[in-house]
Design a protein around this ligand. Structure first.
Ligand code: DAK
Length: 257
Protein backbone atom coordinates (compact mmCIF):
# COMPACT_ATOMS: atom_id res chain seq x y z
CA UNK A 1 0.00 0.00 0.00
CA UNK A 2 1.26 3.48 -0.83
CA UNK A 3 0.90 5.72 2.21
CA UNK A 4 -0.28 9.28 1.62
CA UNK A 5 -1.48 10.23 5.09
CA UNK A 6 1.10 8.57 7.33
CA UNK A 7 4.85 8.06 7.34
CA UNK A 8 6.02 4.59 8.25
CA UNK A 9 9.53 3.81 9.46
CA UNK A 10 11.28 0.96 11.19
CA UNK A 11 13.78 1.91 13.91
CA UNK A 12 15.54 -1.24 15.06
CA UNK A 13 12.80 -3.44 16.48
CA UNK A 14 10.30 -0.60 16.66
CA UNK A 15 7.70 0.35 14.09
CA UNK A 16 7.09 4.10 13.93
CA UNK A 17 3.96 5.62 12.40
CA UNK A 18 3.76 9.40 12.04
CA UNK A 19 0.29 10.74 11.27
CA UNK A 20 0.83 13.18 8.43
CA UNK A 21 -2.08 15.37 7.33
CA UNK A 22 -0.64 18.70 8.50
CA UNK A 23 -3.15 20.74 6.49
CA UNK A 24 -5.95 19.28 8.65
CA UNK A 25 -4.09 18.96 11.98
CA UNK A 26 -3.94 15.20 11.33
CA UNK A 27 -7.74 14.86 11.26
CA UNK A 28 -8.39 11.15 10.89
CA UNK A 29 -10.18 10.44 7.63
CA UNK A 30 -11.08 7.00 6.28
CA UNK A 31 -7.98 6.86 4.09
CA UNK A 32 -5.66 7.59 7.02
CA UNK A 33 -7.29 4.95 9.21
CA UNK A 34 -7.00 2.38 6.41
CA UNK A 35 -3.30 3.20 6.03
CA UNK A 36 -2.75 3.03 9.79
CA UNK A 37 -4.44 -0.38 9.92
CA UNK A 38 -2.29 -1.58 7.06
CA UNK A 39 0.91 -0.42 8.77
CA UNK A 40 -0.09 -1.96 12.11
CA UNK A 41 -0.95 -5.21 10.30
CA UNK A 42 2.47 -5.30 8.67
CA UNK A 43 4.19 -4.73 12.04
CA UNK A 44 2.06 -7.44 13.65
CA UNK A 45 3.15 -9.98 11.05
CA UNK A 46 6.81 -8.92 11.08
CA UNK A 47 8.65 -11.02 13.66
CA UNK A 48 11.45 -8.44 13.83
CA UNK A 49 9.11 -5.78 15.24
CA UNK A 50 8.31 -5.89 18.95
CA UNK A 51 6.55 -2.59 19.59
CA UNK A 52 5.00 0.33 17.72
CA UNK A 53 4.97 4.07 18.35
CA UNK A 54 2.24 6.25 16.87
CA UNK A 55 2.94 9.96 16.84
CA UNK A 56 1.76 13.13 15.11
CA UNK A 57 3.25 16.57 14.65
CA UNK A 58 4.36 19.09 17.25
CA UNK A 59 1.07 20.97 16.77
CA UNK A 60 -1.29 18.01 16.69
CA UNK A 61 -1.32 14.33 17.44
CA UNK A 62 -4.76 14.40 15.78
CA UNK A 63 -7.59 16.93 16.00
CA UNK A 64 -10.24 14.22 15.77
CA UNK A 65 -12.03 12.34 13.06
CA UNK A 66 -12.37 14.36 9.87
CA UNK A 67 -15.44 16.54 10.41
CA UNK A 68 -15.51 17.54 6.74
CA UNK A 69 -15.77 13.87 5.74
CA UNK A 70 -18.53 13.20 8.29
CA UNK A 71 -20.65 16.33 8.04
CA UNK A 72 -23.03 15.31 5.23
CA UNK A 73 -23.21 11.56 5.87
CA UNK A 74 -26.62 9.98 6.28
CA UNK A 75 -27.35 7.06 8.57
CA UNK A 76 -28.18 4.59 5.79
CA UNK A 77 -25.16 5.58 3.72
CA UNK A 78 -22.86 5.18 6.76
CA UNK A 79 -24.46 1.89 7.78
CA UNK A 80 -24.35 0.31 4.33
CA UNK A 81 -20.86 1.64 3.62
CA UNK A 82 -19.56 0.48 7.02
CA UNK A 83 -18.35 4.06 7.63
CA UNK A 84 -15.81 4.19 10.49
CA UNK A 85 -15.70 0.38 10.84
CA UNK A 86 -11.92 0.37 10.47
CA UNK A 87 -11.37 2.06 13.82
CA UNK A 88 -11.74 -1.11 15.90
CA UNK A 89 -8.67 -2.76 14.35
CA UNK A 90 -6.30 -0.53 16.31
CA UNK A 91 -7.54 -1.77 19.68
CA UNK A 92 -7.09 -5.37 18.56
CA UNK A 93 -3.35 -5.02 18.03
CA UNK A 94 -1.55 -7.74 19.99
CA UNK A 95 1.92 -6.21 20.09
CA UNK A 96 2.28 -3.11 22.30
CA UNK A 97 1.56 0.32 20.85
CA UNK A 98 2.66 3.59 22.48
CA UNK A 99 1.03 6.92 21.62
CA UNK A 100 3.54 9.80 21.62
CA UNK A 101 1.33 12.87 21.88
CA UNK A 102 2.17 16.51 21.28
CA UNK A 103 -0.27 19.37 20.72
CA UNK A 104 -3.97 18.74 20.05
CA UNK A 105 -5.25 15.28 20.89
CA UNK A 106 -8.97 15.67 20.38
CA UNK A 107 -12.04 13.56 19.75
CA UNK A 108 -11.16 10.54 17.65
CA UNK A 109 -7.49 11.50 18.14
CA UNK A 110 -7.83 10.96 21.88
CA UNK A 111 -9.86 7.81 21.26
CA UNK A 112 -7.03 6.52 19.07
CA UNK A 113 -4.46 7.40 21.75
CA UNK A 114 -6.55 5.59 24.37
CA UNK A 115 -6.65 2.47 22.16
CA UNK A 116 -2.86 2.41 22.44
CA UNK A 117 -1.34 0.72 25.49
CA UNK A 118 -0.08 3.91 27.06
CA UNK A 119 0.39 7.56 26.29
CA UNK A 120 3.62 9.52 26.58
CA UNK A 121 2.84 13.21 26.22
CA UNK A 122 4.77 16.39 25.66
CA UNK A 123 4.10 19.29 28.01
CA UNK A 124 2.31 21.01 25.10
CA UNK A 125 -0.29 18.28 24.71
CA UNK A 126 -3.97 19.20 25.07
CA UNK A 127 -6.71 16.62 25.37
CA UNK A 128 -10.47 16.82 24.83
CA UNK A 129 -13.50 14.93 23.65
CA UNK A 130 -15.25 17.95 22.06
CA UNK A 131 -17.86 15.93 20.12
CA UNK A 132 -20.67 17.46 22.20
CA UNK A 133 -19.89 20.83 20.59
CA UNK A 134 -20.62 19.27 17.18
CA UNK A 135 -23.96 17.81 18.18
CA UNK A 136 -22.65 14.25 18.60
CA UNK A 137 -20.95 12.22 21.32
CA UNK A 138 -17.71 10.19 21.19
CA UNK A 139 -18.18 7.09 19.01
CA UNK A 140 -14.85 5.26 18.95
CA UNK A 141 -14.81 4.03 22.53
CA UNK A 142 -14.33 7.40 24.23
CA UNK A 143 -17.34 7.12 26.52
CA UNK A 144 -16.09 3.70 27.67
CA UNK A 145 -12.32 4.11 27.80
CA UNK A 146 -12.07 7.60 29.29
CA UNK A 147 -13.91 6.68 32.54
CA UNK A 148 -11.70 3.61 32.83
CA UNK A 149 -8.59 5.80 32.54
CA UNK A 150 -9.63 8.74 34.72
CA UNK A 151 -12.82 7.80 36.59
CA UNK A 152 -16.46 8.73 36.04
CA UNK A 153 -16.48 12.25 37.52
CA UNK A 154 -13.71 13.67 35.36
CA UNK A 155 -14.83 11.73 32.27
CA UNK A 156 -18.32 13.21 32.64
CA UNK A 157 -16.81 16.68 33.06
CA UNK A 158 -14.78 16.31 29.85
CA UNK A 159 -17.44 14.58 27.73
CA UNK A 160 -20.36 16.79 28.75
CA UNK A 161 -18.52 20.12 28.60
CA UNK A 162 -16.12 19.30 25.76
CA UNK A 163 -13.42 21.32 27.54
CA UNK A 164 -9.69 20.93 26.96
CA UNK A 165 -7.41 19.46 29.57
CA UNK A 166 -3.72 20.38 29.61
CA UNK A 167 -0.90 17.85 29.86
CA UNK A 168 -0.27 18.36 33.57
CA UNK A 169 -3.91 17.66 34.42
CA UNK A 170 -3.90 14.67 32.05
CA UNK A 171 -0.90 13.16 33.79
CA UNK A 172 -2.29 13.90 37.25
CA UNK A 173 -5.54 12.09 36.50
CA UNK A 174 -3.90 9.03 34.97
CA UNK A 175 -4.60 9.50 31.27
CA UNK A 176 -0.93 10.04 30.53
CA UNK A 177 1.79 7.66 31.70
CA UNK A 178 4.76 10.01 31.26
CA UNK A 179 5.10 13.73 30.67
CA UNK A 180 8.22 14.99 28.92
CA UNK A 181 9.67 18.18 27.46
CA UNK A 182 8.54 18.70 23.85
CA UNK A 183 11.99 18.07 22.38
CA UNK A 184 12.28 14.79 24.30
CA UNK A 185 8.95 13.29 23.22
CA UNK A 186 9.94 11.01 20.34
CA UNK A 187 13.23 9.93 21.93
CA UNK A 188 11.43 8.99 25.14
CA UNK A 189 8.73 7.04 23.30
CA UNK A 190 11.24 5.26 21.06
CA UNK A 191 13.42 4.39 24.06
CA UNK A 192 10.42 2.91 25.90
CA UNK A 193 9.39 1.01 22.78
CA UNK A 194 12.94 -0.31 22.19
CA UNK A 195 13.09 -1.50 25.77
CA UNK A 196 9.81 -3.40 25.38
CA UNK A 197 10.86 -4.78 21.99
CA UNK A 198 14.04 -6.24 23.49
CA UNK A 199 12.08 -8.48 25.85
CA UNK A 200 10.53 -11.80 24.89
CA UNK A 201 7.80 -11.06 22.37
CA UNK A 202 5.34 -13.79 23.43
CA UNK A 203 5.76 -12.84 27.10
CA UNK A 204 5.21 -9.14 26.37
CA UNK A 205 2.10 -9.97 24.33
CA UNK A 206 0.72 -12.16 27.11
CA UNK A 207 1.38 -9.43 29.68
CA UNK A 208 -0.50 -6.92 27.49
CA UNK A 209 -3.40 -9.32 27.02
CA UNK A 210 -3.58 -9.95 30.75
CA UNK A 211 -3.55 -6.29 31.77
CA UNK A 212 -6.31 -5.64 29.21
CA UNK A 213 -8.36 -8.37 30.88
CA UNK A 214 -8.44 -6.21 33.99
CA UNK A 215 -10.67 -3.77 32.10
CA UNK A 216 -13.12 -6.40 30.98
CA UNK A 217 -13.66 -8.86 33.79
CA UNK A 218 -13.95 -9.33 37.55
CA UNK A 219 -10.88 -9.33 39.81
CA UNK A 220 -11.26 -13.06 40.56
CA UNK A 221 -11.63 -14.01 36.88
CA UNK A 222 -8.77 -11.72 35.89
CA UNK A 223 -6.51 -13.23 38.53
CA UNK A 224 -7.41 -16.73 37.30
CA UNK A 225 -6.56 -15.70 33.73
CA UNK A 226 -3.26 -14.24 34.96
CA UNK A 227 -2.42 -17.46 36.80
CA UNK A 228 -3.09 -19.60 33.74
CA UNK A 229 -0.92 -17.46 31.45
CA UNK A 230 1.74 -17.08 34.13
CA UNK A 231 2.11 -20.86 34.49
CA UNK A 232 2.13 -21.30 30.71
CA UNK A 233 5.25 -19.10 30.58
CA UNK A 234 7.23 -21.95 32.15
CA UNK A 235 6.82 -23.79 28.84
CA UNK A 236 8.81 -21.10 27.00
CA UNK A 237 12.55 -21.08 26.33
CA UNK A 238 12.59 -17.38 27.14
CA UNK A 239 11.54 -17.97 30.76
CA UNK A 240 14.39 -20.45 31.14
CA UNK A 241 16.82 -18.03 29.49
CA UNK A 242 15.63 -15.00 31.51
CA UNK A 243 16.04 -16.70 34.86
CA UNK A 244 19.28 -18.47 33.92
CA UNK A 245 20.79 -15.16 32.75
CA UNK A 246 19.84 -13.52 36.06
CA UNK A 247 21.56 -16.27 38.03
CA UNK A 248 24.63 -16.17 35.77
CA UNK A 249 24.73 -12.35 36.08
CA UNK A 250 24.51 -11.68 32.33
CA UNK A 251 22.02 -10.13 29.93
CA UNK A 252 19.37 -12.53 28.65
CA UNK A 253 19.20 -13.34 24.94
CA UNK A 254 15.51 -13.79 24.29
CA UNK A 255 14.61 -15.74 21.15
CA UNK A 256 10.83 -15.36 21.20
CA UNK A 257 10.35 -19.05 21.86
N1 DAK B 1 -11.69 17.59 10.88
C1 DAK B 1 -11.43 18.21 9.72
N2 DAK B 1 -10.63 19.28 9.61
C2 DAK B 1 -10.07 19.75 10.72
C3 DAK B 1 -10.30 19.16 11.99
C4 DAK B 1 -11.16 18.02 12.05
N3 DAK B 1 -11.40 17.35 13.16
N4 DAK B 1 -9.60 19.86 12.93
C5 DAK B 1 -8.97 20.84 12.26
N5 DAK B 1 -9.25 20.79 10.95
C6 DAK B 1 -8.75 21.66 9.90
C7 DAK B 1 -9.45 23.02 9.96
O1 DAK B 1 -10.72 22.97 9.32
C8 DAK B 1 -8.46 23.89 9.21
O2 DAK B 1 -8.61 23.66 7.84
P1 DAK B 1 -8.71 24.91 6.79
O3 DAK B 1 -9.78 25.78 7.28
O4 DAK B 1 -7.32 25.56 6.89
O5 DAK B 1 -8.97 24.26 5.47
C9 DAK B 1 -7.11 23.30 9.62
O6 DAK B 1 -7.39 21.98 10.08
C10 DAK B 1 -6.46 24.08 10.75
O7 DAK B 1 -7.40 24.17 11.80
P2 DAK B 1 -7.79 25.57 12.51
O8 DAK B 1 -7.63 26.70 11.56
O9 DAK B 1 -9.10 25.38 13.13
O10 DAK B 1 -6.63 25.65 13.60
P3 DAK B 1 -6.69 26.37 15.01
O11 DAK B 1 -5.29 26.29 15.54
O12 DAK B 1 -7.35 27.70 14.93
O13 DAK B 1 -7.64 25.44 15.90
C11 DAK B 1 -8.42 23.32 16.80
C12 DAK B 1 -7.24 24.16 16.23
C13 DAK B 1 -7.92 21.89 16.97
C14 DAK B 1 -8.83 23.90 18.16
C15 DAK B 1 -9.64 23.41 15.82
O14 DAK B 1 -9.15 23.06 14.52
C16 DAK B 1 -10.73 22.45 16.17
O15 DAK B 1 -11.52 22.70 17.08
N6 DAK B 1 -10.83 21.32 15.41
C17 DAK B 1 -11.94 20.37 15.55
C18 DAK B 1 -11.78 19.53 16.79
C19 DAK B 1 -12.94 18.56 16.97
O16 DAK B 1 -14.10 18.97 17.11
N7 DAK B 1 -12.63 17.27 16.98
C20 DAK B 1 -13.63 16.23 17.16
C21 DAK B 1 -14.15 15.77 15.83
S1 DAK B 1 -15.46 14.54 15.98
C22 DAK B 1 -16.11 6.78 15.36
C23 DAK B 1 -14.79 7.08 15.20
C24 DAK B 1 -14.33 8.36 15.48
C25 DAK B 1 -15.20 9.36 15.87
C26 DAK B 1 -16.53 9.05 16.03
C27 DAK B 1 -17.02 7.75 15.75
N8 DAK B 1 -16.59 5.43 15.11
C28 DAK B 1 -15.62 4.36 14.98
C29 DAK B 1 -17.98 5.13 15.10
C30 DAK B 1 -14.66 10.68 16.15
C31 DAK B 1 -15.32 11.85 16.07
C32 DAK B 1 -14.56 13.11 16.20
O17 DAK B 1 -13.39 13.13 16.43
Amino acid sequence: MVYQNIIVEIRGKVGLVTLNRPQALNALNEALIAELNDALGSFESNPEIGCTVITGSEKAFAAGADVKEMAEKTYVESYLGRFLDGWTRIAETRKPVIAAVSGFCLGGGLELAMMCDFIIASETARFALPEITLGIMPGAGGTQRLPRYIGKAKAMDLILTGRMMDAVEAERCGLVARLVAPDRLLDEALAAASKIAAYSQPIVMMAKETVNRAQETSLAEGARFERRLFLSMFSTEDQKEGMKAFIEKRKPAFRNR
